[in-house]
Design a protein around this ligand. Structure first.
Ligand SMILES: [Zn+2]
Length: 204
């Protein structure tokens, strides 16, 4: 049986773990009649924008950057996601929410699969997502520190604390209270100026 375009595309996505849209897809000015698959992907993106992280309801799964592939094959849609960290209990809930939301829009056959490589990093989170986190009262991941190799090594060797900005008063005069906040992916900090405790979404 000859492979359909969609199947070939699926293989490429799986091999490269590429972002969910090709450069061509990102240019949304395609004509409706000739590229039906791309229209489906565009529509699905809009639907996925409504699926939220159950732990942080202000963030959609697109803000989180966990959607890695949207593959229409015949009448079936496969959504590929990368867990934020292995064993994240929110992932099963997210998979169910993706299915329910797509069913609501008439996509009856939906499959959600996982890809673990490359591993999700907080740098996949959108800028909009990071701003939403801040407004929600959670300090967004400080990717700047994460990219600085020496700082990263210092963190590992000397447990040098990062300067995390308080989401309430924007002071960087903050203190780590606990490596684990309300969930395993967050750490608990306290602001030394306004005294408010807050969650910090850890980099990884
Ligand atoms: Zn503060």
């Amino acid at each position: 049986m000859p492979k359909s375009e969609a199947q070939k595309e699926l293989e490429v996505y799986r091999k490269t773990g590429d972002a969910y849209l090709s450069n061509e897809d990102k240019n949304m000015n395609f004509s409706k009649s000739d590229k039906p698959n791309k229209n489906i992907k565009e529509e699905i993106l809009l639907i996925l924008q409504q699926v939220c992280d159950p732990e942080i309801p202000v963030l959609s799964i697109l803000d989180l950057g966990i959607v890695r592939g949207i593959i229409p094959i015949d009448d079936e849609i496969e959504i590929i996601i990368t867990p934020t960290y292995s064993g994240c209990p929110a992932m099963d809930a997210i998979a169910i929410d993706i299915k329910l939301k797509l069913i609501e829009y008439g996509y009856k056959k939906v499959k959600v699969s996982y890809t673990l490589s490359p591993a999700w990093t907080t740098s996949w989170m959108t800028l909009e997502g990071k701003n939403k986190l801040k407004q929600y009262g959670i300090a967004p991941p400080n990717d700047k520190n994460e990219k600085d190799f020496q700082k990263r090594i210092n963190n590992l060797l000397f447990k040098e604390e990062e300067n995390i900005e308080c989401p309430q008063c924007h002071s960087t005069h903050t203190n780590l209270l606990s490596q684990f906040g309300s969930t395993a992916c967050k750490a608990l900090y306290q602001c030394l100026d306004c005294r408010e405790p807050f969650d910090y979404f850890k980099c990884h």
